[in-house]
Design a protein around this ligand. Structure first.
Ligand code: CP
Length: 309
C-alpha cells in the first residue's frame, strides 16, 4: 500500500481509501483530546504555491506540525516571490528545492499537468495541491471522507455537482474517486459555457457510472443526498469578463433550495464561496462546508502519516 507521489485521484484504490479514512478517524479523536502525535519527527515539508490558497496550504502546514514534522520552507506566491518571476522553469525550480532534502513537496501551480511534471524529477514525494483546471486530489479525498461521515455510506449516493464544472478541479477529482464506487448517480448542473468536460464524462461511461446533465437545480435538489456547489472561477476566464458575468449567479443555494432538499441531505462546497451559497444557509445543519474544510486537516494528517512513515 505504499504511496509516494499524489498526483491524481485515480491512483487511490478502495484499500488505500479505507486505510486513509480509518487513520483520519483515529487522528481526529487524538487531536480533539489534545494528544501529541509525533510520528513525523525529523521529516521536512516544503510548500510551494504558485496560486493563492487558504485551506490547502494552511491545513497541510498545520498537519505537518501537528504530526511533529517541520515545514522547512514555504512560499505563498511563488509566481511572484520565486525565480519563476525571472523566467525559471518549474522543472529547474523543483530540481533545486528537491536538492535541499525535503521529504515532501506540496505544490500548487496554475498549469494542468504541472504536478506530474514535478514528480518526474523529484525524489521527495510531490503532492498535487491543485494544478490549474486539472485536479485537486487531496480535496477529493476530504470530500469523499465528508460524504462518508455525513451520509454514512458512499455506494448508492446521489450527488448534484453545480457551478463551474469546466474549470473546477475539485469536481473533476471527485468524479474520478466516485467512479470507484457502486450505484452512484451524478447530476451535472452548470451554465452552458462551463459544462463538465468530455474526458470526465467518458471516464464515467467507461466505469458504468450513471450521470445526467441538467439545467433545473430546483428539480434535482429534492432527489440528491449531496449538493456540491462550486464557485464560478473568475481567474480562469482571463479577459472574457462577459462570459464570467454570463455564468455567475445562475445557480445559487438559498433557503428555497434548502426547503426542497431531503432532511438528511447535505450541502458541500470546496470553498472559497462568494455569492453561490447565501449566508442564511450557514445556520442550517445540512450546511456541511465548514465541517468539510476541517476534515481537510484530519485527512491531510492521515495522508502525510501514510506517505512518510
Ligand atoms: N478548497 C481549496 O482548495 O481551498 P484553497 O484554495 O483555499 O486552498
Amino acid at each position: 500500500m505504499k504511496l509516494h507521489h499524489v498526483i491524481q485521484a485515480q491512483q487511490f484504490t478502495q484499500e488505500i481509501l479505507a486505510e486513509l479514512f480509518r487513520q483520519a478517524d483515529r487522528i481526529e479523536r487524538l487531536v480533539r483530546n489534545g494528544k501529541k502525535i509525533n510520528v513525523l519527527k525529523g521529516k521536512g515539508m516544503i510548500s510551494f504555491f504558485y496560486e493563492e490558497s487558504t485551506r490547502t496550504r494552511a491545513s497541510f502546514e498545520v498537519a505537518m506540525r501537528k504530526l511533529g514534522g517541520e515545514v522547512i520552507f514555504s512560499t505563498e506566491n511563488a509566481g511572484e516571490f520565486s525565480s519563476a518571476a525571472k523566467g525559471e522553469t518549474l522543472e529547474d525550480t523543483i530540481r533545486v528545492i528537491d536538492s535541499y532534502f525535503p521529504d515532501i513537496i506540496v505544490l500548487r501551480h496554475f498549469e494542468s499537468g504541472s504536478a506530474a511534471r514535478a514528480a518526474e524529477i523529484s525524489q521527495a514525494s510531490i503532492i498535487n495541491a491543485g494544478d490549474g483546471a486539472g485536479q485537486h486530489p487531496t480535496q477529493a479525498l476530504l470530500d469523499l471522507y465528508t460524504i462518508k461521515k455525513e451520509i454514512h455510506h458512499i455506494d448508492g449516493i446521489s450527488i448534484a455537482m453545480v457551478g463551474d464544472l469546466a474549470n473546477g478541479r475539485t469536481v473533476r477529482s471527485l468524479s474520478y474517486l466516485l467512479s470507484k464506487f457502486s450505484d452512484i448517480k451524478i447530476f451535472f448542473i452548470a451554465p452552458e459555457i462551463v459544462k463538465m468536460k468530455e474526458d470526465i464524462k467518458e471516464h464515467l461511461r467507461e466505469h458504468n457510472i450513471w450521470f445526467s446533465e441538467e439545467t433545473d437545480l430546483k428539480e434535482v435538489a429534492s432527489q440528491v443526498d449531496v449538493i456540491y456547489q462550486t464557485r464560478i472561477q473568475k481567474e480562469r476566464f482571463g479577459d472574457r469578463i462577459e462570459d464570467y458575468e454570463e455564468a455567475r449567479g445562475i445557480y445559487v443555494i438559498d433557503e428555497e433550495i434548502l426547503r426542497l432538499m431531503k432532511r438528511d441531505a447535505i450541502v458541500m462546497h470546496p470553498l472559497p464561496r462568494l455569492d453561490e451559497i447565501t449566508l442564511e444557509v450557514d445556520k442550517d445543519p445540512r450546511a456541511a462546508y465548514f465541517r468539510q474544510a476541517q476534515n481537510g486537516l484530519f485527512i491531510r494528517m492521515a495522508l502525510l502519516k501514510i506517505i512518510l512513515t
